[in-house]
Design a protein around this ligand. Structure first.
Ligand SMILES: [Zn+2]
Ligand SMILES: [Zn+2]
Length: 399
């Protein structure tokens, strides 16, 4: 319902926003020098010596490797436990995360769990968007803010994983290996070590970091809020395209333990596709999904609330309010009925219950009643959408 907009969540004038925390010099030097070096050296080398197709293909593959290791591994697997993964996959994600140079899993997941628990709280959310674009994008990394103090009390489950213990212990060595040795070897195979270091190493590092940081900054400022406006998180398909599916951030903050961020089949979410494909290969299991009823109810509640607020601005406020109330209650009742029938039909299809329902007739009756309710829901949804459009038009003419 809410149109696309750029906004500033939270309270930027809080005490936390005004403080001048001490600089984290390691990060400051690293996060300043790498983009500057990339901007100068990558085009310079390209101009003088040129890059081969192989160099660019490896750059793209390394970008994907780092990006997906963060989104599927650090984020959905470790921070949210949205599914379970085979040790081989966890090992690959641990390497990819070190390659992305986004700290070890313990620190990343601990910060991220705090981000969800205290979202938009400028004093407790490590990268609260309420403190501005710059702070939530990268500012929180280059200074020692009190909101970013390390506290592993929220990742005790992760500390038991031997792969994560190993990554935590050897993080620096892994970073150097993945960011220097691997790109150099890639370059060596393609005939130019320097080309590998510059594209698969330097440029890939800078770009993959800033792509991830867009989720903390822009995905809390730009886009729609179809599921909830309790936090600043927004859905933005352009960001989803750039971030391997993480741009459906309003959905994610509303239902954080779902392994999907883009829930429709047409939503661009390669992280979801990877996790699902790995399930067929036996590498992932226990994929968690939010029930369609919860998702639809959340959307309906948001639309209803916005439409109710608009009612008071219309000429025939009472008439519109009565119509809205009636359609809302009807749609809500049909949604509940649809969820009940859907559940019964899906259970009847499973092998266990299949045996219990001996009569083919019973199964057919279940299927038919489910289809009937589904059709009724489709018609009511259409009516609801028309009503929402009517509201929008009415408001436009009243303004
Ligand atoms: Zn998250
Ligand atoms: Zn967020």
């Amino acid at each position: 319902m809410q149109d696309k907009q750029l906004s500033q969540p939270g309270n930027a004038d809080s005490a936390a926003a005004k403080e001048h925390a001490p600089i984290n010099w390691t990060n400051m030097v690293l996060f300043t020098s790498t983009p500057i070096l990339a901007v100068i050296l990558v085009p310079l080398f390209g101009f003088v010596y040129g890059y081969s197709v192989y160099d660019w293909v490896m750059f793209v593959l390394m970008m994907g490797f780092c990006g997906i290791s963060i989104t599927a591994g650090y984020h959905r697997l470790w921070s949210h436990k949205a599914y379970k993964a085979h040790p081989a996959l966890r090992f690959i994600f641990a390497l990819g995360g070190a390659c992305a140079l986004q700290n070890d899993v313990f620190n990343w997941a601990s910060d991220h769990r705090r981000h969800h628990a205290f979202v938009d709280n400028n004093d407790r959310d490590p990268y609260s968007a309420g403190r501005g674009f710059w702070f939530s994008h990268i500012g929180w990394i280059v200074r020692h803010y009190p909101s970013g103090v390390q506290d592993f009390s929220n990742i005790k489950d992760l500390q038991k994983d031997p792969i994560l213990q190993w990554q935590h212990k050897h993080y620096l060595a892994l970073v150097l290996f993945m960011n220097i040795a691997v790109p150099a070897f890639i370059g060596y195979l393609g005939g130019s070590i320097m080309a590998g270091l510059l594209l698969s190493g330097l440029l890939r590092l800078v770009l993959s970091q800033h792509v991830t940081y867009l989720i903390n900054s822009l995905a809390h400022m730009w886009g729609r809020q179809p599921y909830s406006d309790k936090s600043s998180a927004r859905d933005n398909s352009l960001l989803a395209f750039l971030t391997y599916g993480e741009g459906y951030h309003n959905y994610h903050h509303t239902f954080q333990w779902d392994y999907r961020n883009g829930i429709r089949w047409w939503h661009f979410d390669p992280t979801k596709w990877l996790i699902r494909s790995c399930e067929w290969l036996g590498l992932t299991s226990d994929l968690k999904r939010v029930s369609p009823l919860s998702i639809e109810t959340a959307r309906l509640e948001m639309q209803y609330r916005h439409a109710s607020e608009r009612c008071s601005t219309l000429a025939n406020a009472e008439k519109w309010r009565a119509r809205l109330e009636e359609e809302y209650l009807q749609l809500k009742a049909t949604l509940d009925l649809w969820a009940k029938h859907r559940q019964e039909w899906y259970e009847a299809k499973t092998s266990q219950l299949h045996d219990q329902i001996h009569e083919k007739w019973d199964r057919l009756a279940l299927r038919d009643s489910y289809r009937e309710v589904r059709y009724r829901l489709k018609l009511q949804r259409q009516r609801w959408q028309d009503l929402m459009h009517n509201f929008a038009n009415q408001q436009a003419s009243a303004a």
